[in-house]
Design a protein around this ligand. Structure first.
Ligand SMILES: CC(=O)N[C@H]1[C@@H](OP(=O)(O)OP(=O)(O)OC[C@H]2O[C@@H](n3ccc(=O)[nH]c3=O)[C@H](O)[C@@H]2O)O[C@H](CO)[C@@H](O)[C@@H]1O
Ligand SMILES: C=C(OP(=O)(O)O)C(=O)O
Length: 428
């Protein structure tokens, strides 16, 4: 991981002011994969979040031979993929983020094969990739696995000419849908993807692929049809705002009893999470591209069931667990997407929370006054939830292993400090 990152938060300050929502991590990563499919020209991505996953994606793009320049101040990424040279996704980079697997379709089309030395992402229990592999196989690819000298499993996918077919996801997988769309975009013939994901980031990826020349219809319906084309061209595209980043700032206002203007946030993108937060006592007012949010009333307890979009996003489940610690009564959380996303409960207990966990269900017995403690970010959203808890806690909270937080949120300490929080980031 390179270096240890910690955040120190001293709680008790009410947040107030204006904050810019970053570009979406889960939109930009597949877009970087898509940009590698353009055999000519330079792709320009704007509103790129300056997060660790993007830095890793840039390293990975360079490792397969693309020229990639991340202009951090301008939040702009320029990629020239005219000459890809290696089908290998090296383990030391690829195993540090989930989005690495979104490079596979480009490698299959441009180089005829992809060698995957590792796939990363947060450890949230089982995170299978069978929908991706089965889809690639149905299109004519062969998938083999062998064990390297160091004991690591290496996946080798070979594709002669991929051809369209009828594909499906058993459940509407986010990256699964994106990978199958990208594989179909340059395949021979027509592909139907059944049970496709409906997430806004999937639709933003369809938009960039269409601008590149792909023929895709049915986005947002669950049935996506892709007619293969011979070539995709490089384009310029602005990445959509990050709805999870927006949701965390909504909860930062809620947990501190504050009021914020979120520039770039769209209430609709929050799906059911917006309704749940309203039920808890958060007030929203959408004014064009600015979402005003405040919480003055006592926090009410809540029932949450995570689901694919537009259901309650699993990536907001940890943050709302932190928020429900302060609610006046018991809250119930049922995590349906991932089977290992409750390590946060142990950390919140160190801060005084009362949380009962039974499998994928949790009961949060509020209200409990939180107190500062040393806690560990076990994954990205565990990290953002602990920052929220720290904002509300008495005394100082130290969050260790916070590289995870930096994977997905840009300039966390700076943005929260501007709103009045007492938070610093330390790295050694
Ligand atoms: C980079 C990125 O976009 N990450 C997001 C993406 O992850 P990711 O795309 O990995 O999540 P999926 O939607 O694929 O996974 C959801 C569920 O489906 C299962 N599954 C998935 C694929 C597969 O081939 N087989 C299978 O069984 C997984 O084990 C998991 O239980 O969507 C998740 C769910 O919204 C978010 O939490 C992640 O932030
Ligand atoms: C699970 C997440 O990301 P990833 O799929 O990149 O691990 C997340 O964003 O919370």
């Amino acid at each position: 991981m390179g270096h240890e990152v910690r955040y120190r938060v001293r709680g008790g300050r009410r947040l107030h002011g204006t904050v810019f929502v970053q570009g979406a991590k889960n939109a930009v990563l597949p877009m970087i994969g898509a940009s590698l499919m353009a055999s000519r020209g330079r792709t320009v991505l704007r509103n790129v979040p300056i997060i660790e996953d993007v830095r890793r994606a840039v390293e990975l793009a360079r490792a397969v031979g693309a020229k990639a320049e991340l202009h951090e101040t301008e939040r702009t990424l320029v990629i020239d993929a005219s000459s890809l040279s290696s089908p290998v996704l090296p383990g030391e980079i690829a195993s540090r983020f989930r989005g690495s697997f979104l490079f596979v379709p480009a490698l299959l089309h441009r180089l005829g094969e992809a060698v995957i030395e590792g796939v990363g992402g947060c450890n949230l229990g089982s995170r299978n990739l069978d929908f991706h592999y089965n889809g690639f196989k149905r299109m004519g690819a062969t998938v083999t696995e062998h064990v390297a000298d160091n004991g690591d499993g290496i996946i080798h996918i070979k594709a002669g000419d991929l051809r369209g077919g009828t594909l499906y996801c058993d459940t509407p997988s986010h990256t699964g849908t994106e990978n199958l769309i990208m594989a179909a975009a340059l395949a021979h013939g027509t592909t139907l993807i059944k049970n496709a994901a409906l997430e806004p980031e999937v639709l933003d990826n369809i938009a960039i692929l269409q601008a590149m020349g792909a023929k895709i219809s049915g986005g947002g319906t669950g049935f996506i049809t892709v007619e293969g084309v011979d070539e995709l061209t490089a384009v310029e595209h602005t990445v959509m705002p990050d709805r999870i980043d927006a949701g965390v700032f909504v909860m930062a206002a809620a947990i501190t009893g504050g009021d914020l203007n979120l520039v770039g946030a769209t209430l609709e993108h929050l799906g059911v999470a917006a309704d749940k937060l309203e039920q808890m006592g958060v007030e929203f007012h959408q004014q064009g591209a600015v979402l005003q949010v405040r919480r003055e009333r006592t926090l009410r307890p809540i029932n949450v069931i995570t689901d694919e979009y537009p259901g309650f996003a699993t990536d907001l489940q940890s943050p709302i667990m932190a928020l429900s610690c302060l609610a006046e009564g018991p809250s119930y959380i049922y995590e349906r997407i991932f089977d290992g996303r409750f390590k946060l409960a142990d950390e919140l207990r160190k801060m005084g929370a009362d949380i009962e966990v039974d499998g994928n269900r949790a009961k949060v017995n509020g209200p409990r006054g939180l107190r500062g403690a040393e806690v560990q970010a076990h994954d990205l959203r565990c990290g953002s939830a602990l920052v929220l808890a720290g904002l509300a806690a008495e005394g100082e909270t130290t969050i260790t292993s916070a590289y995870y937080l930096d994977r997905g949120h840009a300039h966390t300490a700076e943005r929260l400090s501007q709103l009045g929080a007492d938070i610093v980031r330390e790295a050694d």
